[in-house]
Ligand binder design. Structure first.
Ligand code: PLP
Length: 379
């Protein structure tokens, strides 16, 4: 038996999603840009998928553009917003996903923008006062801040950030890859201009995602090609991926309250059991705080030990898939840039457990007991 607790990396496909995708892999294979019946049928299915996603996020179908995933959506929004509006500054944080940090770094290298990092508090939350100071100081600015951090789970108050950006007329991009499908988003209310999401984080297929692009803050396209996706993303659509994405999101919304409650139960169970069993255990970021972190992520911080590096390997040997990343105080090239930014001197062990609707309390108990066993052996 293997236990999968790496759902922030990717989630298993929901069988209901697979069933919805199947006809588009076999019989309905037409190119949606073709004007004949084969094409028209597929075009209609894509447009109804777009409509479904837009309904769930409370925006218009024209504001949903399908992409190959979160990375493409982040890259597109960041670069195209800077180019479209001639933005000269960007405000972001050092703990964004690499899809964001590397996009911004390249713009800096090309002398297109200056990058300003907003201060983070000791738990890794964005200092909103400092954000406002930066917004005052740097007009014509792109703000890129993620809704939830994929490693430590910290949640950002997007409404507050949206209001600030609105006041100072900044372009606001948010990577919402870890929250779409797990929380309800009302895009009419949030003052976000560009948002990135990926289907494989919510039991949809890999290689497909979308961006929400606010209709009043248009940006130009990133890729050059055909007129697909309202001229915003050339290339023949990933038809069955898009169908699967919409179905997966529909299921998430249908079952969200139930799943949130049960996954929160798993996370609390693990926190309690670890605190009972492992002396000196703490949690990275604010992942212990259920109100200010993803209910799907718990980043465990284990006391310093020479063997910490082998922890993930040993868990894997015991049939447990989780992920990690150390603060990497030694300066080696591996390790987590998120933990490195928050705990530059730490030598503690880090294991990220991330949960889904398919996990069971018995799995949590098994993993906790194995972690304890391994830990006892290694310290
Ligand atoms: C926060 C965040 N942003 C972006 C991505 C990239 O998404 P994708 O793998 O769909 O390109 C991920 C996935 O690892 C993520 O967790």
């Amino acid at each position: 038996m293997r236990i999968y607790l790496d759902n922030a990396a990717t989630t298993p496909l929901d069988p209901e999603v697979f069933e919805a995708m199947k006809p588009f892999m076999l019989e309905d294979f037409g190119n949606p840009s073709s004007t004949h019946a084969h094409g028209r049928k597929v075009r209609a299915a894509i447009e109804s998928a777009r409509k479904k996603v837009a309904e769930l996020l409370n925006c218009t179908p024209g504001e949903i553009i399908f992409t190959s995933g979160g990375t493409e959506a982040d890259n597109t929004i960041i670069r195209s917003a800077v180019e479209t509006y001639g933005l000269k500054h960007a405000i972001s944080s050092p703990i964004e996903h690499h899809a964001v940090t590397h996009s911004l770094d390249l713009l800096v290298k090309q002398n297109l923008i200056q990058l300003h990092h907003v201060n983070l508090d000791e738990k890794g939350h964005v200092d909103l006062k400092h954000l406002e100071e930066l917004l005052k100081e740097f007009p014509k600015v792109l703000v890129s801040l993620m809704h939830a951090n994929n490693e430590i789970g910290n949640l950002l108050d997007m409404e507050a950030v949206g209001n600030l950006c609105h006041t100072y007329q900044a372009y606001l991009h948010s990577d919402m890859v870890q929250t779409v499908g797990h929380y309800r988003h009302d895009m009419k209310k949030l003052k976000v201009h560009g948002m990135a999401a990926a289907a494989h984080k919510f039991h949809g297929p890999k290689g497909v995602g979308f961006m929400y692009l606010n209709k009043d803050k248009k940006i130009h396209s990133f890729m050059q090609g055909g007129a697909q996706e309202r001229n915003m993303r050339g290339g023949t659509e990933n038809v069955y991926g898009i169908i699967g994405l919409a179905k997966a999101l529909e299921i998430c919304y249908r079952e969200m309250n139930e799943h949130k409650a049960s996954i929160e139960g798993l996370k609390s169970r693990m926190i309690e059991k670890l605190k009972e069993a492992v002396p000196g255990v703490t949690f990275h970021g604010d992942s212990e705080n259920l109100d200010r972190s993803l209910y799907t992520v718990l980043n465990v911080s284990l006391p310093e030990s020479e063997e910490n590096e082998m922890l993930l390997f040993n868990l894997d040997l015991q049939g447990i898939s989780a992920s990690g990343g150390s603060a990497c105080a030694s300066g080696a090239s591996t390790g987590s840039h998120v933990l490195g930014a928050l705990y530059p001197k730490s030598k503690r062990g880090a294991v990220r457990f991330s949960f889904s609707k398919y996990n069971k309390p018995e799995e949590i108990d098994f993993v906790t007991s194995k972690l304890l066993e391994i830990y006892k052996v290694t310290v």
